[in-house]
Design a protein around this ligand. Sequence first.
Ligand code: PNS
Length: 168
Amino acid sequence: MAPKARIRMKSILAIYPGSFDPVTNGHLDLIERGAKLFDRLLVAVLRNLENDPLFDIAERVEMMAESTRQWPNVEVDVFEGLLVDYARRRGAQVILRGIRAVSDYEYELQMALMNRRLEPQIETVFMMPAETYSYLSSRLVKEIFRLGGPIHGLVPPVVEQRLRAKVT
Ligand code: PNS
């Protein structure tokens, strides 16, 4: 009798790190794609930002949690310090990053290669959001909102509400 094949199921945990100040529909597009590809997706919100954030860490996490609750394999967490240290602690094999346009590539490549040098076991995987979001960024959303422009369709409803609450 032929020996039974040994099937090893490998569960891939990917980390999607970022500032998310605030989360945009572009981020959510990427999270949806990542949640389909990987067994578990951990959205890791960076606690301390170099520039003064508009939303503090609790607000950024709450908005992310609210906006991702329809995906059961997505978890939201906070991290600080080196991303690879956090990834190692959490047992992640993959760092997921989005590339919107060629202009993102240089910075992302530098980060991916540095992270690989720091932790060769973790692979960075790049995914492209839908082209509708290729020009969207948290920075532009904040600027448009500050100057009174429409942000509907660019961010999830909870972010729209929180932005409006900031000025009332
Ligand atoms: O949303 P962002 O601001 O583009 O995300 C950048 C982020 C959080 C992924 C990056 O700044 C980061 O990983 N910071 C943690 C500190 C770290 O590990 N730095 C070395 C990167 S090679």
